[in-house]
Design a protein around this ligand. Sequence first.
Ligand code: SF4
Length: 279
Amino acid sequence: MMRYLPQWSLTRRKIFTNCARRFALQYFNRDKTKMVRTKSLQFIAHHDLMIKCTRIVFFELLSDLHKGVTWSDKLIISKMRFQINIHTSTKANTKLGLNKKNLLIRNGYLRLKKLMKQEIPRKILDNSIKEWSFYERIKSTKFGHLDVYCSPDIVYRENSVWHLVRLNFQSEHKQPFLDLELCSMLLWSQGNQYLPNLAEKFVIHGLSFLKGKWFYKKIRPNQKLLQETKQLLEKDVHNFNILFEKLYRNGDYDALPLAKSSLYCKRCPYKLNCPINLE
Ligand code: SF4
């Protein structure tokens, strides 16, 4: 019998929008794909590795800040170096030379420094925002029959207003549904018994990095926006399952739609043996 896949996350949405084959290989984990998955998942593009390490370092920094410990620039660089080193000790990345490593460390460091100059992180760092917490998007929230990975990265409170902040360390060029994607954080807040259940009690913030800069977006959500967000999630998961059904019938990953832009393929872990290379 065919499984139903109830999970939704921003990463799933992004990959699905860009390439059905990559999405299927990543999320439809059937025995048949185990080999290709195991081999492919050892691969991570250097740029993605830098993003991953930068994110880890930023959360470590927040964790220390929560305990009252602040970091020097030297410590940020050293933490970046440590993360890059442990992530490049895996087989697929052993070819990374010292210059390339230093470049990744520098890029991650600069990205973090620019982030720390943005208003919200700055106010957290200088202690003007006193009541705050941070989350890593590893737990899902139940929303009807869906499992949604939608927690904010940072939550803070000012007076009676709650602020939900999402950080996107590498944004897409086009984000036509950014408002709704950001509002998915409200679903997380609804599953949290300590937070109000009213959309109007929240402010949503998005910080996304693109072309060397952090871009800021602020949304005052309302019930209509929340309703549209829920519809977007339902529609996405429905489409994921249509794709799964298609694959279930013919079992051919290579027959699924491929990425429209070859730029997207550059960082894909499944590019080896992809039919796009034969086109
Ligand atoms: S290489 Fe490109 S077309 Fe092939 S799976 Fe990856 S993203 Fe899709």
